[in-house]
Each structure stands twice: as C-alpha cells, then as structure tokens.
Design a protein around this ligand. Structure first.
Ligand code: FAD
Length: 390
C-alpha cells in the first residue's frame, strides 16, 4: 500500500449524507478522488427531516473548507435562531427573537437538510457518487485492503473505507463489537403546514419552540419550506411504538393517541398535534456510549453518526459529521502515510466528539426531568452570560 500515492488510493465512502458528501467534496478540492456508495437510488435528503443549525466553530468551518461558505450564507436563515421555551401550562421561560441587525446572530443559523445536501451535491463530480449501493458487509483482506459487498451483488475493494453510513453503520462492525443503544426516548415526528394555521405559525414564530414537562415534550421547528416539523417526545420502553399500536399509516389514530397523552397541556401546544398532516414518523432515539472508541485499523475509519450517534439535544449531530469530514480530509491531505492520517483524525475527533456526546446525554436527561423548562432556561441563561462576558 505504501508504494502508491494518496491520489492513487481507492477511497470508498459509505453513505452520502452530510458527512460523506462533505468529505468527498473537500478531498475533491485537493485533487484526491473518492467514491461515495449510497444505498438510496437517488438523493433523499429532502425527505429526511428537518432544519439544522450550522455552528460557527464546526459545520461552518467545514463549509469554508468545502468552498461553500458564501453560498451557504445566502441560504442560511439567521431568523431561525428564534427560540421559545414553555412548560405544559404555557408559561414562557425563554422568548428570544434574533435581532437581524446583528450580523451573524448567535452563530448558529438554520438550513434545511435537503438544501444543505443540494449545496454539497452541486459541487461534487457526479461520477463520484454511486446510488443504489447498499453496503451489506465489509471484510478485511490479508493485504490491508477492505472488500465491500453490496446488496446489488457488486463487490469492490478499497485502500481506505470511511463509514459515513449513519447510526446503524455496516462499517462499524469491522472496528468494534459495540452497537448503538436505545436512549430511552421515543419521538413521533409530525408536520404542520404553517400557512394553513396562522395561529400556530404566529405562536411558533420563525425558529424553534420547546415545551417540556412531566418527562415529555412537544418540540416545534419552522423549516425553510414552510412546514413546522413537530417532534412529540417522551420517555418510553424500547417497544413502546409496537405495543402502543401506533401505525404511521393511520395518522388520525396516532393524533388521537398523542392528544390523549398530552390532554392537560395548553391549547396552542396541543395544536402542534391537532393541526398535523398525514405524514407520521415514529422514531426511537439511539446513541453510542459517550467516549466510544474503536480498535485502530489503518484502512478503515468512521465519521458522523457512524462514529458517535447521539440524541439531538445538543444540536451537534450534523455539525460533528461535517467537522469529522473536514478533519479526516485534511489529515489525508497532510499525510502521505494513510495510517498516520487515520491516527491524527481519530485522536482529534475522539476528544471533541466525546465532549459533545456528554453534553447531548446531559441535555437529554435534563429535558425529560422534573421542572425541565426551568432547568433548561437556567442552563441557557448561564451559557448566554458566559458568551456575553467573553
Ligand atoms: C429527530 C432528529 C432531529 C435532529 N436534529 C438535529 C439538529 O437540529 N441539529 C443537528 O446538528 N443534528 C440533528 N440531528 C442529527 C443529524 O441528523 C445527524 O447527526 C446527521 O445527519 C449525521 O450525518 P451523517 O452524514 O453522519 O449520517 P446520515 O445523515 O444518517 O447519513 C447516512 C447516509 O448513509 C446512507 N446509508 C446508510 N446505510 C447505508 C448502507 N448500508 N450502505 C450505503 N449507504 C448507507 C443513508 O442513506 C444516508 O444517506 C437530528 C437527528 C434526528 C433523528
């Protein structure tokens, strides 16, 4: 392997989500080819949920490295940083409206997942992406290469395989026996068309609304396409979805069940459920152990959710996926020796990702504990004080 240059190596990226796309684009900008193998037959990012806040110190750095910062700025929704926090009776704990006169807001503007992926895809050489390639299994070969077996019957080999294939990575088993665990939180994703419900649109405003109490939550998030994404969230046994009889193709029954569960919540909060359309997506939230590490292999590594899936309560998932992509790409560019590149990337990533995984786990506990709205507002106010003091 040492006799070929990094430009000649076959780099296989499994998964064309935000992490995999960012990695391929930054490598491309440095003249290093790669191939993305994506299980879907075409890009499905528009269908795969919500608005994402892209942070100055991670996701935005990766976009700069990918040459997309200016294009991102044109599309970013700074007003999406508005945030409202209530308890179930409708008492407001935080009611923050971003001042659009202040350039950069809090440094965490929003963009819809589909718009972000389009931005990346537009710059990537189309020949880099193979759709309809679902990895079934990866096998380490004696010469240090990895064999990739796809469900469509194709077999490929690569000098470097990067698992960017999300929470249920098929690359991770090459590196570790650890699997994702259920976090204890179940979410039912709903959608409200904001235009059709001006009362709720006015209540939600331009960004996010969290209502928390009784170990439950209703979370609303205005997307750029005019939908309010709603995540009705609660602590539940792992099998709650199956045992409750909730079926994604019976939206009316789902809404009736959820309204029953939230019957003592304030009217505008219940309206997030009442006004929802027919698209229902039940989700269990999974996580890897905080501080997860694997046995080093110079021919295989992981980025994004495959490396450190965590609950969405630190708002870090996509930012870390893009930061990982940037760090790995730059380590590959810096080092002719692939093993050294992987080591540099992994050591750096373990440090920043474990810190965010801890924060995300702590936030999840806090948001579904007693007096959650008060505790979250205290925590956020203390962040703001620190931020303003610097
Ligand atoms: C409800 C919810 C809300 C969230 N909100 C936020 C938020 O506000 N902010 C934030 O930063 N993060 C948020 N996240 C997390 C964020 O979505 C993820 O962390 C991020 O998408 C990870 O990017 P990724 O590229 O690593 O993986 P993914 O986005 O999961 O992409 C993986 C890709 O791999 C493909 N793939 C999977 N398996 C295979 C296979 N076997 N073979 C080939 N291809 C495969 C998939 O089709 C997909 O395209 C949220 C997550 C959830 C569930």
């Amino acid at each position: 392997m040492s006799e070929i240059t990094k430009e000649q190596r076959r780099i296989a990226i499994i998964g064309g989500g935000p992490g995999g796309l960012t990695l391929a684009l930054i490598l491309q900008r440095h003249g290093i080819p790669s191939v993305i193998y994506e299980r879907e037959l075409e890009d499905k990012s528009h269908e795969r949920g919500g608005s994402l806040d892209i942070h100055e110190d991670s996701g935005q750095l990766a976009l700069k490295e990918a040459g997309l910062y200016d294009a991102f700025q044109e599309l970013a929704r700074y007003e999406g940083e508005d945030f409202r926090l209530f308890d179930k009776s409708g008492n407001a704990y935080i009611d923050e409206v971003v001042d659009e006169e202040v350039p950069g807001g809090h440094g965490r503007p929003e963009i819809d997942r589909g718009v972000l992926c389009d931005l990346l895809l537009k710059e990537i050489d189309p020949a880099t992406i193979r759709y309809g390639y679902k990895l079934d299994k990866a096998v380490s070969l004696a010469d240090g290469m990895t064999e990739l077996l796809f469900e469509n019957g194709e077999v490929e080999t690569a000098h470097l395989v990067v698992g960017a294939d999300g929470a249920f990575s098929h690359v991770r088993p090459l590196l570790s026996d650890t699997d994702v665990g259920y976090s204890g939180l179940t979410m039912i994703e709903l959608n409200v068309i904001a235009n059709l419900h001006p009362d709720l649109a006015a209540f939600n405003r331009r960004g996010k609304m969290f209502a928390l109490e009784d170990n439950k939550g209703i979370l609303g998030q205005l997307n750029g396409d005019g939908r309010i994404k709603v995540y009705v969230s609660f602590k539940a046994d792992r099998n709650w979805i199956e045992e409750s009889g909730i079926k994604a193709d019976q939206p009316q029954e789902v809404k009736t069940k959820l309204l029953e569960m939230f019957k003592d919540w304030d009217e505008p909060l219940q309206n997030y459920i009442r006004y929802a359309g027919d698209t229902v997506l039940p989700r269990r939230i999974y996580m890897l152990p905080v501080g997860f590490k694997w046995t080093r292999n110079p021919g295989v590594t992981l980025i994004g959710d495959a490396a450190h899936v965590m609950s969405p309560f630190a708002g870090e998932g996509v930012n870390l996926a893009m930061q990982d992509a940037m760090e790995l790409a730059l380590a590959i560019v810096r080092n002719e020796d692939q093993a050294k590149a992987i080591e540099e990337y992994e050591e750096k990533m373990y440090e920043y990702a474990s810190e965010k995984a801890r924060e995300s786990a702590d936030n999840l506990d806090l948001c579904f504990s007693d007096d959650a709205a008060k505790k979250l507002s205290d925590l956020m106010n203390s962040y703001h004080e620190q931020f303003n003091e610097v």
